[in-house]
Design a protein around this ligand. Structure first.
Ligand code: FAD
Length: 388
């Protein structure tokens, strides 16, 4: 008899019946709706975002832990579990949900006017509208405070100019939350993507997150009414708070990719015969599997702990950095190690491991690179800022 990772760590004992139910619903959706097609979408670099968004909206995972305006209002831990199950299939699907729910919708929900919330949130929750979040620029990623995109007053209007880079969902979005420099500091703007002067060319030729749309946002004299500004977000705290929400989902999500790799590798090792016996019966293979299971299991314990802190309103940004740094870094190591167990088969799209590993390269970089999270943790522990 063999145990699953979840059984070995008795992980389910840490979840409520409602959380287990939500997890199982999202897992079923991922396995039945996404899994059969994901390799093909990844290979083609194309994903039916609009169709999927409506289905994800019906599933209730878009802006899932936000209250009101058509959002499901679940616990943060339940949202994390949904991210985990979606990323078990592909990080691109979890990215779609993170950007829609945690970046675009959270920004509107947390920083928006009542009118902005009413106009956009119900459609974004249903998946009938798609949102994106434009912070990064070609020359400013880890240091968004250097951004060049700016908004200037012109009578009662705002006029935006600048370029954003690497924006998930950019070319399929109906609305973009764009961060820009103004005379009063960095502010957020709600930009309907049909506004004249706005364009979003897609970035092709990616070797990672191929089942996700990534785009540039170009703003050339984009004229918006005064009411387009997010009234409650002042300075970099606005976008950074929103990023904290998406990072939280990634703490769980990365474990989904790792779990999928580990399960694939264990199954493969059990059926593959090398020399004269099962690959799983070799001590070296078992050492790899045991070490990986430890990391993925510990990652779950960390995620669940951080989830409980968030549900109690006690989760800090430094703690989010602990989770994002550890779980993504370990997930990537697990994916690479699992690839070795699959030998040459591991490099194909027939198995998910190299697809996950390639995706995790992006996940390691976006939402704060590993180095940025190391610096955040280092600052918290030493009191010294080493960012510049
Ligand atoms: P840089 O900031 O140039 O970093 C390059 C290297 O320098 C990294 O290793 C970094 O850790 C290191 N470094 C930087 N600063 C320091 C320092 N002080 N000390 C030591 N080392 C340092 N952005 C959005 O706004 N919206 C999105 O929807 C979005 N989606 C994305 C989707 C994908 C697929 C990818 C790949 C990126 C996405 N991003 C998005 C952008 C992402 O957030 C940035 O790529 C990330 O912040 C890193 O910025 P950069 O790529 O410019 O790297």
């Amino acid at each position: 008899m063999s145990l699953s990772l979840s059984q070995l760590f008795a992980l389910d004992s840490l979840l409520s019946p409602e959380e287990l139910e939500i997890r199982s619903t999202v897992r079923k959706f991922g396995e039945q709706r996404i899994r059969p097609q994901i390799a093909q979408w990844f290979e083609r670099g194309e994903i039916p975002v609009r169709e999927l968004a409506v289905e994800l909206g019906s599933l209730g995972v878009l802006g899932m832990h936000l209250q009101g305006y058509g959002c499901a209002g679940t616990s943060a831990t339940a949202y994390g579990l949904a991210c985990l199950e979606l990323e078990a299939v592909d990080s691109g699907i979890r990215s779609l949900v993170s950007v829609q729910g945690s970046l675009a919708m959270f920004s509107l929900h947390h920083w928006g006017s009542e009118e902005q919330k009413r106009q956009w949130l119900p459609r974004l929750a249903a998946g009938t509208a798609i949102g994106c979040f434009g912070l990064t620029e070609p020359d400013f990623g880890s240091n968004p405070g250097g951004m060049r995109t700016h908004a200037k007053r012109d009578g009662g209007d705002w006029v935006l100019n600048g370029t954003k880079m690497w924006i998930t969902n950019g070319s399929v979005a109906d609305v973009a939350v764009v961060w820009a420099r103004t005379e009063e500091g960095i502010r957020g703007f709600v930009v309907p993507t049909g506004t004249p002067g706005f364009s979003a060319p897609e970035i092709r030729s990616k070797l990672s997150l191929r089942a996700s749309v990534t785009s540039e946002l170009v703003l050339e004299d984009v004229r918006l009414p005064d009411a387009a500004m997010l009234p409650l977000a002042h300075g970099l705290r606005g976008p950074l708070t929103s990023l904290g929400e998406a990072r939280f989902g990634i703490i769980f999500g990365a474990l989904g990719a790792a779990r999928d790799c580990l399960e694939t590798a264990v199954e493969y090792a059990r059926s593959r015969r090398v020399f004269d016996k099962s690959l799983a019966a070799y001590q070296l293979t078992q050492a790899k599997i045991a070490d990986m299971a430890l990391e993925v299991g510990k990652g779950h314990l960390l995620a669940y702990h951080l989830g409980r802190l968030k549900d109690r309103g006690e989760l800090g940004a430094d703690q989010v950095s602990l989770g994002k740094l550890n779980n993504v870094r370990e997930a990537l190591e697990v994916a690479r190690q699992c690839r070795t167990i699959l030998g040459a088969n591991g490099i194909t799209l027939e198995y998910p491991v190299l697809r996950h590993a390639n995706n995790l390269e992006s996940v390691l970089t976006y939402e704060g690179t590993s180095e940025v999270h190391q610096l955040t943790i280092g600052k918290a522990l030493t009191g010294e800022s080493a960012f510049r």
